[in-house]
Each structure stands twice: as structure tokens, then as C-alpha cells.
Design a protein around this ligand. Structure first.
Ligand code: DGL
Length: 280
């Protein structure tokens, strides 16, 4: 593959997800770091990623990261667990040196994992995520590197992302699938006291998730941990901070039609936004 020529000018922080889920992360990042410029890219035309193979998720994610680099982003956040689990390491190790070794791509699993040690008392943690994320074993492996005493039990919820993406998160059908997967998870390990929502779409199902998770079990949404960790990253990396522009703007791009993207995006963001369509 030929080497892409990328501008070295400062630019916005890129936030990527397979669809709308990353908007839940972007929102929390912007609440904590409102001064920065952002570009959001949702690969809505090819969502969901969660049921796709390692190779396909890697190829799709790499295309989107490259697009964000071409749009001027020196730093890209994979605001998608599936992409963080299946594509992050290869992109960091193989593609970044080839594309531009001065740019950075960060995932969202590590910040979530780092917070878990002080949240669980029973040392039994549950993970609700896409089949891809659960199968990758990224969460148990990463958690056990930092906290070898924690047992992690995963439950794949293949239908939750399609429910959210199709605007069905408030429907009775959603109740059925939310209850089913929470019951499955707790049946596998009754000592779980903390549940990670390991998919950026799941905060949209939070009301229903709360309804079926017994009181006393903590439910962890990732946004605040990812935002805090990014702020800390900028402090520790002033050379990257200097390359990220401060204009408080946010531009939204989708690989789908804008007409499809806008109404759904406004549900995730709780406000109306403008967007443009991109081809990869
Ligand atoms: N939002 C993505 C995640 O956090 C998954 C969505 C998908 O399956 O495409 O895993």
C-alpha cells in the first residue's frame, strides 16, 4: 500500500465508532474538555461491527482511522469496544509507523479496565458486550493484567446494538432481550457486584438495564472513565496536546446518508446537530 501524505498541522481530535454509540463517549469527553475541536466519524453504513470477524473489523476500522488522519486529526479515539478489542493493537503496532508515527490512536478498554479495581468489592465482575468483544477476551485479559484476583464473566448481547441503532431501545421488545441477557450473566456468576457496559451503545438502554439488574450491583458506563483518562493523557503528553486545536467545535460525519444519521444522532446527543456524509 502506498504511504499517505498527511499534513503536520494541528487539528481536531477524531472520535470513531461503528455507528452512533461513540456519541455517548464523545458527549462525556466534550463535557470534560470543551475547549478542544472534535471530528466524529460513524461508520453507520456498515454497522454493526460486533458480529463481524477480526479481519473485517480491523480493515473497516483502519479505513476510518485513515480518513480521520486525512481530515487532519493528530489523535484518534476508537470510541468502540469492538474496534478497540479487535483492531487497536494492529493499528498501533503495524499501521501507525507506516502512516505517520507521530499520530496516536487510543482505545476505550484500557481506561475502563483501570477503574474496575476500586469499584468491585466481591472481585467478581460481569461484562455485557458485543459477541466480538466478549470473544476477543480483551476485558478479562486486560483486567487480569492489572488485577489478577478479579474474575470476569462475559455475556454477549448480539441484538442490543441493532435494537439501539433501529430506534427500538424504549420498546417492549428491548425489555425482553435486556432481561434475558442480564439473567444469563447473573446465572453464570451469582457473586458479580459490578457490571461493565462494554459497548458504547448500551448507555441508551440504561433505564431498562437498571430495571433488571438487582439493587446493589454497580453498572459501569464507560464515558466518564474514558474522558478522565483522555484529559490525563493530554497532561502527560504536552507534545500531542499542542497538536490538538482549541476552537470548541465539533463536526459530525457518517458513512450513511445524513438524513438517516441526523435524527438518530440527536437521540444520542440530546440535541440537534449538523452532519456530512463521507466515502471511505
Ligand atoms: N459501539 C460498539 C462497541 O462499543 C459496537 C457496535 C457494533 O456492534 O457495531 O462495541
Amino acid at each position: 500500500m502506498s504511504k499517505t501524505v498527511l499534513s503536520q498541522k494541528p487539528g481536531p481530535i477524531g472520535v470513531f465508532d461503528s455507528g452512533y454509540g461513540g456519541l455517548t463517549i464523545l458527549k462525556q469527553i466534550r463535557d470534560l474538555m470543551p475547549e478542544y475541536d472534535f471530528i466524529y466519524l460513524g461508520d453507520n453504513a456498515r454497522t454493526p461491527y460486533g458480529t463481524r470477524s477480526f479481519q473485517v473489523v480491523y480493515e473497516f476500522t483502519l479505513q476510518c482511522v485513515t480518513k480521520l488522519f486525512e481530515m487532519g486529526c493528530p489523535l484518534v479515539i476508537l470510541a468502540c469496544n469492538t474496534a478497540s478489542a479487535k483492531a487497536l493493537r494492529t493499528i498501533q503496532q503495524i499501521d501507525l509507523p507506516r502512516l505517520d508515527a507521530t499520530r496516536r490512536v487510543l482505545g476505550i478498554i484500557r481506561p475502563t479496565v483501570e477503574s474496575i479495581g476500586e469499584l468491585t468489592k466481591s472481585r467478581h465482575v460481569g461484562l455485557l458486550a458485543t459477541p466480538g468483544t466478549v470473544k476477543s477476551l480483551s476485558y478479562p485479559l486486560e483486567i487480569n493484567k492489572l488485577f489478577p484476583d478479579i474474575t470476569v464473566t462475559g455475556e454477549a448481547c448480539p441484538i442490543w446494538v441493532p435494537l439501539v441503532e433501529s430506534g427500538e431501545s424504549q420498546s417492549a421488545g428491548a425489555d425482553y432481550f435486556v432481561e434475558r441477557h442480564i439473567k444469563n450473566l447473573l446465572a453464570k456468576d451469582s457473586k458479580i457486584d459490578t457490571i461493565i457496559l462494554g459497548c458504547t451503545h448500551y448507555p441508551l438502554l440504561l433505564d431498562k438495564i437498571r430495571k433488571y439488574v438487582p439493587q446493589g450491583i454497580k453498572i459501569i458506563s464507560q464515558g466518564e472513565y474514558v474522558a478522565t483518562s483522555l484529559k490525563d493523557y493530554m497532561k502527560r503528553h504536552p507534545e500531542m496536546d499542542a497538536r490538538c486545536t482549541n476552537g470548541s467545535s465539533c463536526r459530525y460525519y457518517t458513512t450513511e446518508s445524513v438524513d438517516t444519521f441526523l435524527p438518530n444522532a440527536s437521540i444520542f446527543l440530546n440535541e440537534a446537530v449538523d452532519a456530512d456524509s463521507v466515502t471511505l
